[in-house]
Design a protein. Structure first.
Length: 329
């Protein structure tokens, strides 16, 4: 079965890795991020565009744009025009979508000290442009709900990340927007830009309960979600409930993993590269087994039952939905 991983950051340029992608019948959508591990957007654009050009059957890419500097708030129209010009150039070069990252609402600030939120009017011309040219927005807005909760349960899927990245842990930081405030801001965009197709990364940051995801999918027909980096969150919910969620919204869920390889695989020593590729393959084996079989599996040290989704549903989640929500992928 052909598959698209609709959320990756992977510079997999080595022949052995490309051979693995062929064996897996896998294509990857690489996503540019402004303000992640590398703040150099153009470096990501160059790397992902190059991969997509060289290996179009294995790679596509999603671009992004710089957030406003403090001085840009005095001339928001000029800022939007520059951002749109950059997006237009990237779309002409093959990008299929535009990424908005969690630093919107959780890090970036306006001149008055308030947080820049995803529904701020400074973004309105960008949303209008994306809708006009029929390019979707991929939004990672907010974090898992665990981000706002105490770190007391090592079994929580996000315990490790927030233990190692305390700057993104919002518990005990009341000056930062709440999870609910960030969800409300994202939902405001969905409601007020109904012609904009919007994919919510990481189950739309509602990973803790598929029923909450379903509420948004019911309310906003322009909304879809990807599963990237949230497999463990699915496995700790009731299997029958999660399975029914996938059946009910089989046209609105995209398969993704969010695996990361910033530096080109071809630059790594042989042993390190082989290890990375083996880890990559093992992660996919686990994901595929969870979605495709109803067997008992060990995922992050827990025994969980696979979903055993029908083939026609798997085809949509693995392949068709990516083409629907990311035209040109």
């Amino acid at each position: 079965m052909n598959k698209i991983d609709a959320h990756m950051h992977y510079t997999g340029d080595s022949p052995d890795f490309l051979a693995l992608l062929e064996d897996l019948n896998l294509k990857m959508l690489n996503v540019c991020v402004v303000g992640a591990v590398s703040d150099r957007l153009q470096d990501q654009v160059h790397a992902y565009q190059k991969l997509a050009k060289q290996f179009p059957e294995r790679y596509a890419w999603c671009t992004s744009f710089p957030l406003p500097a403090q001085e840009d708030y005095a001339t928001p129209g000029d800022y939007a025009a520059r951002a749109i010009a950059g997006l237009e150039a990237d779309f002409n070069a093959g990008a299929v979508a535009c990424k908005f990252w969690k630093n919107i609402g959780m890090d970036a600030r306006k001149p008055d000290g308030s947080f820049l939120m995803i529904h701020d009017p400074i973004f309105t011309p960008i949303y209008d442009y994306l809708a006009k040219v029929e390019k979707p927005a991929l939004m990672h807005i907010a974090e898992p709900l665990a981000c706002w909760q105490p770190l007391h349960d090592p079994q929580n899927p996000h315990y490790g990340y927030y233990s190692q990245n305390p700057e993104w842990h919002m518990y005990g930081k009341p000056e930062y927007p709440s999870h609910q405030a960030l969800m409300d801001a994202r939902d405001h965009v969905l409601a007020h830009h109904s012609k904009l197709h919007l994919v919510g990364a990481h189950l739309g940051s509602l990973e803790y309960d598929v029923a909450e995801v379903a509420k948004r999918l019911e309310k906003y027909p322009n909304f879809a979600v990807d599963t990237s980096a949230r497999l463990a969150d699915l496995t700790i919910q009731n299997t029958a409930t999660v399975r029914q969620f996938f059946l009910d919204y089989q046209d609105r869920i995209l398969f993704g993993t969010d695996m990361i390889q910033w530096e080109p695989l071809s630059t790594l020593p042989d042993k390190a590269r082989e290890q990375r590729i083996a880890e990559f393959a093992a992660s996919y084996q686990t994901s595929f087994a969870y979605y495709e079989t109803d067997q008992m599996l060990t995922i992050r040290g827990r025994e969980v039952q696979g979903l055993g989704l029908p083939e026609k549903v798997l085809e949509k989640i693995y392949w068709t939905n990516a083409h629907t929500w990311y035209p040109g992928v």
